[in-house]
Ligand binder design. Sequence first.
Ligand code: GDP
Length: 360
Amino acid sequence: MSDSDTRDPTSLRTPIVAVLGHVDHGKTSLLDKIRGSAVIEGEAGAITQHIGATAVPLDVISSIAGELVDPDDFDLPGLLFIDTPGHHSFTTLRSRGGALADIAILVVDVNDGFQPQTLEALDILQRSQTPFIVAANKIDTVPGWNANEDSPINATYEAQSDRVRSRLDESLYEIIGNLSDEEFSADLYWRVQNFQRNVGVVPVSAMTGEGVPDLLAVMMGLSQRYMKEEMEIDVTGPGVGTVLEVKDEKGFGKTIDIVLYDGTIRADDTIVVGGTNETIVTDVRALLQPRPLAEIRTESRFEKVDEVPAAAGIKVAAPDLGEAIAGAPVRIVRDRELEDVIEEVEAELASIAVDTEEEG
Ligand code: GDP
């Protein structure tokens, strides 16, 4: 099946989501939980496999979030989570000089509270002007917690004893206080009216899935409300993306894993990629998607596709990719002047290099 079969007729792309936070606060677990729930809920529907990112389509979000998400209220197609959590990937992955991620989740352990990397993440988010919400994680570790798997926060909160509730409240208000110390006006997400002015705090457990429905609902709502215009793209136009990783792949040689954030990439495109010594101009040999697990046999783990629209994670096999740089821009030439596209890629790469020097 080609991606064009499932393409949304509107040209609104999926917002790209990054997960940040202090080490061990649960970034990876939260992504695993969302991925796991998406796979279970999506079994009946088609889930496109991605490289380096997890797409959670709107109908899957709606089945995970239950009554918190009515699909009729949304026209954005879902959320695309970058699979590598952390500050390094957030700062190296750029698009047109800004952050590649459109929106972020800052994970804070409710017991451990603010830690050095939490502050660092806040600083990064503020400087890149990325809208974010705070996932107050590990609520299941509050002493006496009575877990209700995958429940929305309201229902599981009501099911706790008074003592457990007030313990959780205390930790949550401490996080809200810490945010306010850093000049972020924050509140529990259900009290937030304007997510542009206030940071919403969502209590969750990456272990039990409690609050995950709320987290997805808030991310979806925030994107729909405040980012719809930025998501308007020409899905059929020449693709633009960022290199996640450069990798040797058996049978394909050097490949690049990219996140495409605008337009489409096709299997017969010429692409321009930022390289260590010089800008690379090459012809796509194959666009590769991971095969669904059930179909993996002895042959390739990948399946060739003809074209992929943004936003998506995809592996690109092409000659001469040895010197491609992670974080560098990728642009599709299509019917434009090659020289112009090379210039765009070089200008973008130069701006990234300057920023990195400034950061020291
Ligand atoms: P990361 O470094 O931020 O990616 O953190 P991890 O996802 O690796 O989690 C660190 C540890 O905390 C692991 O042992 C997880 O199993 C545990 N953990 C993460 N989330 C939760 C949670 O919601 N509840 C509990 N009880 N443990 C969690």
